[in-house]
Design a protein around this ligand. Structure first.
Ligand code: ATR
Length: 493
């Protein structure tokens, strides 16, 4: 088990105490370099008031902290603070003060020897940790993985450390930044004695998560050797809502598993990591839905038809690929519209997201017309899927001619939160009120095209039900169990 250590990074001791009260971690690191100067004379009172194990740290600017005084002022400050009997004191690997070491020994304060690398993961990481261990009771390395291969190095180093130091629990190892996030959640697999967390709303370092996120969403203190690892790969991926679906599902069913976001730059390197960590399955998102295919041993029919894989599961036969977007898209639609066979459908957009939609509609017997800004893409997708493809101008002309569709599906990126440009790809569409308009975008929950349809009295569906349903299908593939539907907090979004 890895402990949750709150980084206390406020400028007053009172504010830090308040953070402790609000966040209730197992232990905390008091960053005295971040305190206002008048606070410094009261540091030794802090341990008694905090009531949990504390690390005393005064980080210099060169090491990523804020301390700008001289080395001897720093030594004096740390010596005075140690009168408060901190459990641990962090000293950089190159700290040479004998007085600090002697004082720590006398007070039974355990020394953590540490180094930070904000640029990368040093190739001699293991040797540096070993060298530091001669000068301290624990060793700490906080490094910056620049890709998934660097993250693998961290996990390998952690495992080697654990094998060479059985039962010692004397390592703190973590990766900073987006690529490092899994090392903070899976700190136990990095053999890390603790994982740092921030007070809610105050990110103390790149990639830091709150105590609540680590404890309640990822259940970090419960992760042990038997915890099955699942996740999602993408780039970027940290904004994804998928952990908020899968992790509560595991918890409700009492499954010892965790679902982790992996920022992935190199899919081949991720498969190496997946083997090393024995990852049981994962979701894939942009831009890796195609690239994972070359690593699969089997693919379901939907992956082959759509040329896109959003779910990978480890089985006895190797890595199996599935596409749950197809079922995820269909389920809300069928439950609203009933039998699709024979209905007419206009699909707006012909990009990656349209592929699963068009395949699903054609398979269910709809008469599908694709309309896209770039006509050639619509035509290419249509000829592949066995339907028709046109330009958006053709749809505009159809409106003038009185042509209408039973189902209108919006698959383009137009109208998505955060994108620039127009917010409705078909502002000219004249809804009769009898159609079903389905926008697969889920932020915002009601897009402009949906609002126009609602105003005309039409039925609408947003992208959230699809997101949920494709995830529920993944959960079944991952665990063999139906998703406990009440678990997902996504309805409140
Ligand atoms: P995704 O995988 O999310 O579908 P994509 O493959 O880049 O992403 O496709 C984006 C879709 O949105 C395309 O159909 C694109 O039209 P083009 O093929 O003409 O590029 C469509 N799209 C993006 N911006 C658009 C805009 N301003 N107006 C109309 N369609 C737009």
């Amino acid at each position: 088990m890895s402990l949750l250590c709150l980084t206390l990074c406020r400028n007053t001791l009172a504010a830090n105490l308040e953070d402790l009260k609000m966040n209730t971690p197992h232990m905390a690191e008091l960053r005295i370099d971040l305190l206002d100067p008048p606070e410094r004379k009261h540091i030794s009172d802090f341990p008694a008031r905090a009531g949990i194990p504390l690390i005393l740290t005064c980080r210099k600017k060169a090491d990523g902290g804020e301390w700008s005084g001289t080395d001897s002022e720093r030594e004096s400050l740390l010596l005075a603070a140690m009168a408060g009997d901190f459990d641990y004191m962090d000293l950089e690997e190159d700290e040479t003060s004998r007085r600090l070491v002697a004082e720590a020994e006398q007070r039974n304060t355990r020394i953590i020897r540490s180094f930070h690398d904000f640029k990368g993961v040093p190739s001699d990481l293991m040797q540096r940790l070993e060298a530091m261990s001669l000068k301290g009771d624990l060793v700490k390395a906080a490094v910056m993985p620049r890709g998934i291969a660097d993250l693998l190095t961290l996990f390998k180093t952690g495992r080697q450390w654990r094998e060479e130091n059985p039962g010692k629990n004397n390592l703190i190892l973590l990766g900073m930044g987006a690529f490092g996030v899994p090392s903070r959640i899976l700190a136990q697999r990095c053999a890390s004695f603790l994982t740092f967390c921030s007070p809610a709303g105050a990110e103390a370092a790149p990639g830091h998560m709150s105590r609540q996120t680590l404890e309640e969403l990822y259940r970090v203190p419960e992760i042990d050797d038997d915890t099955q690892i699942f996740g999602i790969i993408g780039n970027p991926v940290l904004h994804t809502r998928s952990p908020h679906i899968h992790n509560p599902g595991f918890q409700d069913l009492g499954i010892n598993a965790v679902y982790v976001p992996f920022t992935v730059d190199d899919v081949s390197a991720f498969f190496e990591l997946a083997d090393f960590l024995d990852i049981r399955g994962f979701s894939t998102t942009v831009p890796h839905k195609l690239a994972v295919r070359e690593h699969l041993d089997r693919e379901d029919e939907a992956v082959q038809a759509v040329s896109s894989c959003n779910t990978v599961v480890r089985s006895r036969k190797g890595w199996e690929g599935f596409n749950t977007d197809v079922e995820g898209f269909l389920r809300p639609l069928i439950s609203r519209a009933g039998v699709l066979n024979g209905k007419t459908a206009a699909v707006i957009g012909a990009g990656g997201a349209a592929r699963a939609v068009v395949y699903a509609l054609v398979r269910e017997g709809c008469r599908v017309s694709i309309f896209n800004r770039t006509e050639s893409r619509a035509a290419a997708l249509a000829s592949e899927m066995g339907c028709s493809g046109y330009s958006l101008d053709k749809l505009r002309a159809e409106m003038d001619e009185g042509e209408r569709y039973d189902i209108v599906v919006q698959t383009s990126s137009v109208g998505m939160h955060g994108t620039e440009g127009p917010s409705n790809p078909v502002p000219f569409y004249r809804f009769t009120g009898s159609e079903l308009v389905y926008d697969i975008i889920y932020t915002p929950p009601v897009t402009e095209i949906m609002q126009r349809a609602l105003d005309a009295g039409a039925a609408v569906l947003g992208g959230m039900p699809m997101l949920r349903e494709q995830a529920f299908e993944q959960f079944l593939l991952f665990t063999g169990a139906e998703y406990p539907r009440k678990s997902s907090g996504m309805d409140q979004e």
